[in-house]
Write a protein of this length. Structure first.
Length: 72
């Protein structure tokens, strides 16, 4: 994937690395959804390759829309 310096993406990337250690298998994508104390929320995604990153980004966008619209 292209390097993304955003701290939220770093969390998703770090989560992927940790899950690889836990599961002893590669992780293609991670999507992190978070809710702040003031009820703001966000989502960050990571993909191991450029293609996986694009797919993860689309999935993250859809998750964000569903949460924003109160559908999940």
């Amino acid at each position: 994937m292209a390097w993304n310096p955003k701290p939220e993406v770093a969390v998703a990337r770090d989560a992927a690395q940790r899950y690889e250690q836990i599961h002893k298998a590669g992780v293609k994508q991670t999507i992190v959804l978070y809710l702040l104390d003031d009820d703001r929320f966000g989502v960050a995604s990571y993909g191991k390759t450029k293609a996986e990153c694009a797919i993860a980004g689309k999935r993250a966008d859809r998750i964000f829309e569903l949460v924003r619209d109160g559908k999940v």
